[in-house]
Structure formats: structure tokens, C-alpha cells
Design a protein. Structure first.
Length: 344
């Protein structure tokens, strides 16, 4: 009791001071302005390094605060279909996304008149964004004396378990490669290409990745020797001084545009259309071609110095309607073959 009486004033002072500090903290906490909500929500499978400079410039030019949700293509499609707060899907090849066209609305962008003819003629609910060829990415530190010129070389037994490939049911770039190899290795007949797919699946050694980024990052970081990816991702790794090289398959390369897709459920379609206008404008497309390793869909933008000239590539043409109609079946067959050869 003597101790308490002696220090009672001190205890009271501490308690009063503590209560005051707590009250101040609570005041400021409850008085904080709520974080501003974005004006536009975009979901995208694009690499972060690709997204950031374009979003910053879009926000600076339009004043539209934009939130970008990064997801693989399959998950991104599910997100925009299932979440009414998502306005735009930015990315995903037209071959992958076209079957969901009824979920989108036309962007009505004036920039279509400057698209290369084949890209301007695509379904009005789908706006082509950039041209995305499939490529093979090689880790130059790991490849040794193995020669990689195309798909046939991926069957080399020395590469078993060293190939990065994502599930084509989850990754649009992997689906593009599946289509590419079916047409190339089937000599134009996709049905005949499944013999190659079986041999390829055996050489994957039981490894099937869950997203596009795992492929190019895995090769760049030395987890895999080769990977089946898309051109821009490989160019980005080169610019980051990763020890990789890019191979355009000698059997043939499929060039497919990816797109911009506005949700029919969006309550901010005016801002979504402004986003599409910006991303397909000449200035944005010039920047993309010059700095980000993508090919423009416009007829007034020069080809990038970062990529192999279109004229120098052996281009494989595919039947778009046939691919779209058979997409689910081909993915299911791939997954069945992969499971069988790896005893899943």
C-alpha cells in the first residue's frame, strides 16, 4: 500500500496519458479518408513489366484511376464473367476468348479503320490489340550442344523433364502452341498432329505448369532448359539480360492477335471504351512496338527492331473457325494424353 500511495500519481499520469494517446490514434484512424475506389477495373494475363508503363500513361492522359488484376488467361476469363466489378479483359488470344464473345460488347473504337485488314474484320465484340507469335525460348547456359530449331527437336531424349510447358486449358499461350504444333506436325491436318503431341507429352516427363509466367520465368531462371512461350515474354527476358535465345520454329509459326474485351456487365463502359481507344491508338502502339517487344495490329506502325521480321519467319496459317470450334475437344485430348503417358 505504501508503494502504491507513493507512486499513485505516476500511475495515474501514465494511465491518463495512455488513454489520451489511444483516443488520438482512434480519432485519426476513424477520421482517415477511405481509399479512393478505381474508376476502372481491368483483369489481364500480361506480364507486369508490360502492364505498368502503359497503365501509367493511360492514367496520366485520361485521369482514369485503373486497377489491374493479374491472372492467367483462364482465370482472367472466369473473373470477368463472374465479377460484375471487372470492366475489361486485357489480353488472351482471340482463338481462346472468341467462344465467350457473347459476354462482351463492342468497343466501337475509331482505331479499327487503321488495323491491318484481317484484324479489323474480327467480331466487333473483340478488339485486336497486338500480334503474338508463338516461340521457343532457350536457356543458353543450359542447352549445351543440343540444337533447337523447332518442334521436332523438343523430342530429343536429353530434354526429357527439362521442357517448360503450361496447361493449355489454363494458358492461352500454351493453347496457341498446341494449335501451332497440331498444324505443323500434322502437315496442315490437326488430327494427324496428335501423334506428335503424344511424343511431346512423354518428353515433358510429367511436368505441366499452371501458367504462362511459370514457363518464361522458369527458363530465364534456369529451372528449365527450353520453354514454349510467346514472343514478347522472351523479348522481355532478353532485355532483362537473361541468358536466353529465341527460336522461331522452322516447321512454322502461328501469329495470333490477342484482344481487348469489354464486359457486357460493366457499368463503366464509357471508361472501358476510353481504355480500348488508348491501347489501340497510334501513340500507344508505337510505344509497344518500339519498347515492349510486341507487334502492332495497326497498318501505320513500324515493326519492332526487337523481333524477327515477319517476312523472315515461316508463317503457319490456321483455320480460325475450326480452331475455335474444336478448342475444348483439343484441350481435353491433350490432357487425356498427358495423363495417360504420365500414368495419372
Amino acid at each position: 500500500m505504501d508503494f502504491f500511495n507513493r507512486y499513485r500519481a505516476v500511475f495515474i499520469t501514465v494511465l491518463v496519458t495512455g488513454a489520451f494517446v489511444l483516443a488520438v490514434l482512434l480519432f485519426f484512424k476513424t477520421s482517415e479518408k477511405p481509399e479512393k475506389q478505381p474508376d476502372l477495373v481491368v483483369v489481364s494475363p500480361h506480364p507486369t513489366a508490360f502492364v505498368i508503363p502503359l497503365i501509367k500513361e493511360f492514367e496520366n492522359e485520361t485521369g482514369i484511376r485503373t486497377e489491374v488484376i493479374s491472372l492467367g488467361t483462364s482465370a482472367a476469363i472466369d473473373k470477368i464473367i463472374g465479377d460484375k466489378n471487372v470492366d475489361v479483359l486485357w489480353g488472351g488470344s482471340v482463338l481462346t476468348v472468341s467462344s465467350y464473345a457473347d459476354r462482351f460488347v463492342p468497343a466501337d473504337t475509331k482505331n479499327r479503320e487503321h488495323f491491318e485488314e484481317s484484324f479489323g474484320a474480327v467480331d466487333e465484340r473483340i478488339t485486336c490489340f497486338t500480334l503474338v507469335p508463338s516461340v521457343i525460348m532457350v536457356n543458353t547456359d543450359l542447352i549445351g550442344d543440343i540444337d533447337i530449331k523447332g518442334y521436332e527437336d523438343l523430342l530429343n531424349p536429353k530434354l526429357k523433364g527439362r521442357i517448360a510447358f503450361a496447361d493449355p486449358g489454363k494458358s492461352s499461350s500454351s493453347f496457341e502452341h498446341l494449335v501451332n504444333m497440331l498444324y505443323d506436325m500434322g502437315a496442315g491436318d490437326p488430327e494427324k498432329g496428335f501423334d506428335y503431341v503424344e511424343a511431346f507429352c512423354k518428353n515433358l516427363g510429367g511436368t505441366l505448369l499452371s501458367g504462362s509466367s511459370e514457363v518464361y520465368e522458369g527458363v530465364a531462371n534456369g529451372e528449365y532448359t527450353v520453354g514454349l512461350t510467346f514472343e514478347e515474354a522472351a523479348v522481355t527476358m532478353l532485355k532483362a539480360d537473361k541468358h536466353i535465345s529465341i527460336v522461331y520454329m522452322e516447321e512454322g509459326v502461328v501469329f495470333t492477335p490477342d484482344g481487348l474485351y469489354i464486359s457486357r456487365e460493366s457499368e463503366r463502359q464509357d471508361k472501358a471504351k476510353a481504355f480500348v481507344d488508348f491501347m489501340t491508338s497510334q501513340n500507344a502502339q508505337n510505344f509497344i512496338a518500339a519498347n515492349l517487344g510486341r507487334r502492332s495490329v495497326r497498318d501505320d506502325v513500324l515493326e519492332s527492331d526487337l523481333v524477327l521480321s515477319y517476312d523472315a519467319v515461316n508463317v503457319t496459317e490456321v483455320e480460325k473457325e475450326k480452331v475455335i470450334a474444336n478448342k475444348d475437344e483439343w484441350i481435353a485430348r491433350f490432357e487425356s494424353i498427358f495423363g495417360e503417358v504420365n500414368h495419372e
